[in-house]
Design a protein around this ligand. Sequence first.
Ligand code: ATP
Length: 214
Amino acid sequence: MITLDHVTVQYPEVTPLDEVDLTFEPGTTAVMGPSGSGKSTLLRVISGMQRPTSGAVAIDGVSVAAASWRSAGDPRVSLIHQDYRLVPFLTVAQNMLLAAELRGVRRSGADVGAMLERVGLPPSMGRRLPTKLSGGQQQRVAIARALLAGTSVLLADEPTGALDVDNTERIADILVELGRRDGLVVVVATHDPRVAERMDHRIQLARGKLVAAP
Ligand SMILES: Nc1ncnc2c1ncn2[C@@H]1O[C@H](COP(=O)(O)OP(=O)(O)OP(=O)(O)O)[C@@H](O)[C@H]1O
């Protein structure tokens, strides 16, 4: 469970998160709201990549670890993006193993294949370069990479923003299953109402404030 306690992120001109109190349980939650309402900031704060100006963020009662020269944030959390962010000159398997290694998690080639199958891709795809895959396949690899690294909290920032309707459906299916079957806490920032309606809960941000709770 993720808890935010009076979390504020303040810049000189804007306050993208303003005294936010929020809880995310295992399962999927869509975070909606207009552009600039603070959705990406919320995900960065949960991941530990950004320290809030004030307030506390914890996962299962333990404060999220802030990013440092040693890590890109809390090792329990993975963040996936609209543009997938796979390393283009490494194979799919190397991308996945590198992420696990950076977390200090040892994984085998068999683990990579099993994780690819879990997101509906053949294990043989591990040998391909990400640039040779479709957008939907790349996003599934990004999810498999997060799972291989042992994440228990999966954050997704507009994960279907660059995908067509069919691939959007597939990614939404995978996220829902990870929440329901595997008990991950999945938080999805999205502008797409079709994605949001598939999630277990929906929240809405407006100018850094929560305007509708689940
Ligand atoms: N480093 C920064 N310095 C100053 N202002 C910032 C910084 N990062 C974000 N902001 C501002 O904070 C506000 C919230 O940004 P954020 O990216 O969280 O919004 P968002 O809801 O994710 O928007 P979008 O839907 O367009 O991705 C915006 O007004 C943005 O300009």
